[in-house]
Design a protein around this ligand. Structure first.
Ligand code: ZN
Ligand code: ZN
Length: 260
């Protein structure tokens, strides 16, 4: 019997998670998201079927640069792009906003596994775009959060998503960037103000300068690095972080963001 697009996507997702060395979520009784009771049936993410079916997966990429599923004015407008590509797992709709807010509030491990498992899908979109394989990448890193927000929340979600993904892909994870100053919440600012705020908001982490992973590069080929963040909005944050990493030992940065 022919598979529907959704069922074929789901079997692919299962296959990717297996390939990445991840195991499917164990049988569960309560959905991690809506907390409804459900029959103990393994599911890719530990969600009930109703919640799983609401996930707006990005399956067809429209913008090859940023991985958006629609036409993309941001990439055409950007003057210089320092990352090779970005891929995101899902569209950032109201359900996904709610899921992220819930994670920021609860911070629990079951929810965290959902995000890093979803990132495996984004990673496969990336592999497809350039005929790459896991071995092509040297390490995974993440966008740092400012201290104020770290104190508020107690954790950096990008760091946690990166660690979860690194586990699944069996790649090393590195802290490569720091925030040099706290950027104010961006929502009330104009595009120009946001960009100049970001210019000097990051710096390379001092540990990078004596990390053998970065220093030993026998092949002398540019190092491919995965940079993880939670949400890709205009790409400015990813671009600024990539600019720094690319300036050091000629790294090639690939963005993986959970939502776009
Ligand atoms: Zn549910
Ligand atoms: Zn784009």
């Amino acid at each position: 019997m022919p598979q529907t697009p959704v069922s074929s996507f789901r079997s692919k997702l299962k296959e990717w998670i297996h390939k990445a060395g991840g195991i499917l979520a164990p049988p569960f009784e309560v959905c991690s998201y809506c907390r409804s009771h459900t029959r103990a049936q393994p599911n890719e993410l530990g969600l009930c079927e109703a919640c799983f079916s609401q996930i707006p997966w990005i399956i067809n990429v429209e913008c090859d640069r940023c991985g958006r599923a629609e036409q993309c004015p941001d990439c055409t407008r950007r003057q210089e792009t320092y990352f090779v590509r970005n891929r995101s797992a899902v569209k950032y709709d109201s359900v996904m906003k709610d899921l992220l807010a819930l994670y920021k509030y609860r911070g629990d491990e079951r929810l965290q596994t959902i995000f890093s498992t979803m990132l495996v899908h984004a990673f496969h979109l990336l592999l497809q775009s350039e005929k790459l394989s896991i071995e092509d990448f040297r390490c995974i890193t993440y966008v740092p959060v400012n201290e104020e927000r770290l104190e508020e929340r107690g954790f950096n979600q990008a760091e946690r998503f990166a660690s979860g993904l690194a586990n699944k892909l069996r790649l090393p994870v590195r802290c490569t960037l720091i925030r040099t100053r706290n950027t104010p919440k961006q929502s009330f600012k104009t595009r120009q103000e946001r960009l100049s705020d970001l210019q000097d908001a990051f710096a390379l982490h001092p540990s990078l300068y004596d990390d053998p992973l970065w220093l030993d590069n026998p092949s002398q080929r540019p190092m491919k690095v995965i940079l993880v963040d939670d949400v890709y909005t205009t790409g400015s944050t990813l671009n600024q972080c990539s600019r720094l990493l690319a300036s050091y030992r000629n790294a090639q940065v690939y963005g993986l963001t959970w939502a776009r």
